[in-house]
Write a protein of this length. Structure first.
Lengths: 242, 210
């Protein structure tokens, strides 16, 4: 057959009724996605891979950060698969993010360990959240946390870029009663729930802090307002990023 | 044109929101503005998808997916006048990753109401089948080109995008669009000659916005 790339079939449209049906369907789907906080129809496979890779990096770095002395888990972290006792997970903190509501959950494992994970998006009433924002688990009994503030960074896909989440835990013996996130001249007190916290830092390129050059630090204070510990997010990003 | 000759119809035309304006509104969550973009560009995206797949039914679903995907990225800032080009860029990726994207959106597509009564295509079902057969042969021929040259050809020649628009759609420099198109033309010429056929007419030049 002769190559004749401009002998194309004529342009065609969909019949009006059919086109209108597609339009209406599109609008309905957009409304549905908006109801989910702008997020979509599932985590994109590539982003899921990125999240898995970040999780793996976090796992490797976990002992150095004082969290996750056992295995953890992106690969087996779904509370509905063996490991976490799904019906005993508890929500700790919840914050709005550009990707939807993000919440931090904790649940026991079947071997007396503990899993902490982030879920982004809504959870049906009585439903079990999935660790779609990453997780860290100790399979067996947890070792004591060695750092006053143990932290994790997560870059979650949102609106074509990423939103940077920080979560962590304050060691019980650290005397810290208040955790403040400082970005330049701004400061934000983070909600602590059983020593855990979660915050949406800002939109940021994957694996990096926001490109505005502002230094981000997390500061833990005791009940007298004395600084007990400080975490430089830039350094943390350098160890957690891809 | 003197101001006195400015008619009411002209004013009506100028009141139609531009693609840029609609995109901006969509970025703020205005679904009707986004639906207006669909009404404006759905047909050309549909035809583009058909030309890449030679399958009208698949093109219909892919058209929907292109717009669902565009909505997902509605926060993206686009260069002025490049909404259509960007939609074609998404369409190129959606078609290229056809199976993956269809799987990703299968739930959304499953919510499309099933048709009832006489099929809409009853009148032209034969000609649509003929289109598919003819397009399948063309697509098969085009597969002899590297994918990136196929993309440029499909955008510039089949869909009439300007070099600058194709550059935005594919995320490559304008010069690269020109060189890929030039290579595609040469390859097509060589393939035609090698097959012992007369070379088809010259491929039309894309528009240039410069």
């Amino acid at each position: 057959m002769t190559l004749d790339p401009h002998s194309l079939p004529l342009d065609r449209g969909l019949p009006a009724r059919r086109f209108a049906a597609r339009r209406d369907h599109l609008v309905r789907e957009l409304e549905v996605s908006r109801g989910r906080g702008g997020s979509l129809w599932g985590l994109r496979p590539r982003h899921a891979l990125v999240a898995a890779a970040l999780g793996l990096v976090a796992v490797v770095a976990a002992p150095a950060l004082g969290v996750g002395h056992g295995l953890f888990g992106l690969l087996d972290s779904d509370p509905r698969v063996p490991g976490i006792v799904g019906n005993r997970v508890q929500q700790l903190v919840s914050v709005p993010t550009p990707a939807g509501e993000a919440s931090l959950w904790v649940g026991p494992t079947e071997a007396s360990g503990r899993c902490v994970f982030i879920h982004v998006g809504g959870v049906a009433n009585g439903g079990v959240p999935t660790p779609n924002g990453g997780s860290q688990c100790d399979i067996g009994p947890s070792a004591p946390q060695t750092l006053p503030i143990a932290t994790n960074l997560t870059w979650y896909p949102a609106n074509g870029t990423f939103t940077l989440l920080i979560d962590g835990h304050v060691a019980p013996g650290s005397r810290i009663t208040r955790v403040v996130m400082k970005a330049g001249a701004q400061a934000r007190v983070l909600t602590l729930a059983k020593g855990y916290f979660l915050a949406d830092v800002a939109t940021a390129p994957q694996g990096q802090l926001p490109a505005n050059g502002t230094p981000y630090v997390l500061v833990g204070y005791d009940k007298n307002g004395q600084e007990v510990s400080r975490v430089d997010l830039q350094r943390l990003a350098g160890s957690a990023g891809p | 044109m003197p101001e006195s000759s400015f008619t009411a119809d002209d004013r009506a035309v100028s009141a139609v929101p531009s693609d840029d304006e609609l995109w901006l509104r969509a970025g703020r969550g205005d679904t009707e503005a986004f639906a207006a973009l669909f009404e404006r560009h759905g047909r050309s995206v549909y035809n583009f998808c058909f030309r890449r797949t030679a399958d009208w039914a698949a093109a219909e679903d892919l058209m929907s997916i292109v717009f669902l995907e565009a909505w997902r990225q509605r926060g993206k800032e686009l260069a002025r006048g490049m909404v259509r080009a960007w939609l074609f860029g998404i369409a190129t990726l959606v078609v290229r990753n056809r199976w993956r994207t269809q799987r990703r959106y299968r739930r959304a597509l499953a919510r499309l109401p099933r048709e009832s009564g006489t099929p809409d295509f009853a009148d032209d079902v034969e000609s649509r089948l003929a289109d598919e057969s003819r397009m399948a042969a063309l697509v098969e021929q085009l597969r002899r080109l590297p994918k990136r040259e196929q993309d440029v050809l499909a955008l510039c020649v089949w869909s009439g995008l300007a070099y600058e628009e194709a550059a935005v759609a594919l995320g490559i420099p304008v010069g690269t669009v020109r060189s890929r198109l030039s290579r595609a033309r040469n390859r097509l010429r060589e393939l035609a000659e090698a097959s012992g056929h007369e070379e088809g007419g010259a491929l039309p030049n894309p528009r240039s916005s410069q």
